[in-house]
Design a protein around this ligand. Structure first.
Ligand code: F6R
Length: 611
């Protein structure tokens, strides 16, 4: 949940590290800090709050001589957001400094052991324990690499760490276990960071470190060892295809807005190479050697879980595969869950690092299931541990609230439904719309959305001015629109802090409708599909209780509402591809109008690597 970066090279290191922290700030932003060596002692500068507070402090520091530095941006786990808990942390003898993302689960036990030896702790963090443990191990292992490994072997839990030594200010060490860490190879400079955009301005050559890897890096050289025996390992560097543009705002006010507007391009990228030349079949060579699941268990969190709920409709309807959708944090604790033969798990995660989803993947694999990972981040833990991985091609998603990732996941699920439908071969196609027609509808999506986005943005802005005073909101939808109602509500609450509930429209009368009054508006998702008449009845029920309604629908439907928002007509259930951006734009405009921090909402972090 935090971001870390280490740098060594020919440039002044502190500005490189601070710039990297800006690109990692989406991972956590309650405090930040940097460490470097000046005049043979550590300078550790830390500040509570966003990076601006750290930069203010750094403005009066002489930093230009340091060519090695490391930094951290924090999302609090152990210890409240405060300067004393911000990283880096130093060992008691000030010989070592460390930054850490993750949780050392046995830190209390290690802390007691160190305290008994006279160590003093100035923070409530597990990280300060780790750095002192390394210092303690060094009493028996003078070589820092060995002491570092010895300490890490005693730590249980998850970590990505960077370590520096006061007496060797031209070297940093780094290690990972169940937390992301990528090594970047520059020319005369090297990096380690929680995510690639942190060093993307300087290099695209990367090594995705494995759990249990330890790196020692200088400006011109690096070595990677295994934690268990310190045997050297060779990883082939890879070149990432993202460019800096993909990780910048490109003139948009916020990353979120840019990412919403990127969705037509994302859909084009998802479709690339997935449709046969004849346009009549869907290609997933990654899955050709695996059986078609007799039942699919999809596991995910948050927005990715909403994608799964939406995808279930297509997988069941088009491919006729029974689907169960699970929240990862619940699934991982269902001890008696069993997979039958040829049942399969599909885990969905933008980051590929969400702790609960990763745990679910591991449990499914332990229980003998084939697990497909649907991820955005190349080389992420889920991508590496799944039996087969499908990449969603959404590019870097910087805004903490997920937008384009959901669009890419939905499209991949639609393609998967068509792929498995063809492989099963025994579905009654006569009952169904021909596959070729569905493929053409998917191929047309980028153009449909591209043409519609600007007008949708205008409408979202207009509605936000009218509804920004609401303290509560209902989002209603039926069938494939119910998961979208959940997503609309999630986006509104996480961005604008307005209480919002997503409901299956037919459930309202079983209790929630008691809340409706003139100050409690409803956002109804009512495209012109077979369920429209039913949703319309639910809208009328809300109106009968003086509830105000925004209705997202198609031209020509017989509906009256306080605000009718018409969107392009798409065959059901593909309406989701235009409903989703409408919901995203509405939440975006509400939050921006209310002056909220759109890209970095309070209390959140992009990558949830804690349980
Ligand atoms: C909401 C949001 C989160 C994530 C969730 C899962 O806007 O971004 O709900 O969807 O934390 O993250 P991933 O997909 O990375 O596993």
């Amino acid at each position: 949940m935090c971001g870390i970066i280490g740098y060594v090279g020919r440039r002044p290191a502190v500005p490189v590290v601070v710039e990297g922290l800006h690109r990692l700030e989406y991972r956590g932003y309650d405090s930040a800090g940097v460490a470097f060596v000046r005049n043979n002692s550590f300078r550790v500068i830390r500040a509570k709050g966003k990076l601006g507070a750290l930069e203010e402090k750094l403005a009066s520091e002489q930093t230009t001589t340091a060519t090695c530095a490391m930094g951290h941006t924090r999302w609090a786990t152990h210890g409240v957001p405060a300067e004393r808990n911000a990283h880096p942390h130093c060992s008691n003898d000030d010989s070592l400094a460390i930054v850490h993302n993750g949780i050392i689960e046995n830190f209390q036990e290690l802390k007691a052991e160190l305290a008994a030896k006279g160590y003093v702790f100035y923070s409530e963090t597990d990280t300060e324990v780790l750095v002192n443990l390394i210092a303690e191990c060094r009493k028996d292992e003078p070589e820092l690499l060995r002491a570092f490994a010895a300490a890490l072997r005693r730590a249980r839990g998850a970590y990505a760490v960077c370590l520096m030594e006061r007496n060797a200010p031209d070297t940093f060490y780094a290690a990972r276990m169940s937390a992301p860490l990528i090594f970047g190879l520059g020319t005369g400079e090297n990096f380690a960071a929680s995510d690639i955009p942190a060093f993307l301005p300087y290099t695209r050559k990367v090594i995705f470190l494995d759990d249990g890897d330890i790196v020692r890096a200088t400006a011109r050289d690096y070595d990677i060892f295994r934690l268990e025996n310190l045997e050297p390992v060779a990883h082939e560097p890879q070149t990432v295809l993202w460019d800096m543009q993909a990780a910048q705002k490109n003139g948009y006010r916020h990353y979120m807005l840019k990412e919403i507007f990127e969705q037509p391009r994302v859909m084009t990228d998802v479709l690339a190479g997935r449709i046969s030349e004849q346009g009549d079949s869907v290609l997933f060579p990654e899955l050709d050697s695996l059986p078609v699941p007799v039942r699919l268990h999809i596991v995910a969190c948050g927005t990715s879980w909403h994608s799964a709920l939406w995808g279930r409709h297509l997988l069941e309807d088009w491919a006729r595969i029974p689907v169960q959708v699970e929240i990862a944090s619940e699934f991982r604790h269902r001890d008696n869950f069993l997979f039958e033969r040829d049942e399969m798990a599909l885990v969905i995660s933008q980051s590929g690092e969400t702790a609960d989803t990763l745990a679910a993947l591991r449990i499914a694999r332990e229980r003998g299931a084939t697990v497909i990972g649907l991820c955005n981040i190349i080389g992420s833990s889920i991508a590496r541990e799944a039996t087969a991985v499908l990449y969603t091609q959404a590019g870097p998603e910087i805004s903490v609230a997920s937008t384009k990732a959901m669009c890419s996941q939905m499209l991949m699920l639609a393609l998967l439904a068509l792929y498995w439908q063809a492989r099963r071969g025994n579905t009654d196609e006569s009952r169904q719309i021909p596959r070729g027609q569905r493929i053409s509808a998917l191929v047309s999506l980028p153009a449909v959305l591209g043409d519609a986005l600007s007008a949708m943005h205008e409408k979202a802005r207009e509605l936000s001015r009218k509804y920004a005073k609401a303290d509560n909101f209902f989002y209603l939808g039926r069938g494939h629109c119910f998961p979208l109602a959940l997503e609309g509500a999630l986006k509104l609450k996480e961005l604008s802090y307005i209480h919002a509930e997503g409901y299956a429209a037919g459930e309202m009368k079983h209790g929630p409708i008691a809340l409706v009054d003139p100050a409690f508006p409803t956002f109804a998702i009512a495209p012109d599909d077979p369920l429209f008449p039913k949703t319309k009845s639910n809208i009328v029920e809300v109106q009968a209780r003086q509830g105000k309604v925004i209705a997202l629908t198609n031209e020509g439907t017989d509906l009256s509402a306080d605000d009718i928002w018409t969107i392009p007509r798409l065959p059901s259930p593909l309406a989701g591809f235009v409903v989703l951006p409408a919901l995203q734009l509405f939440s975006y405009e509400m939050a921006d109008y209310l002056g909220k921090d759109v890209d970095q909402p309070r209390n959140l972090a992009k990558s949830v690597t804690v349980e």
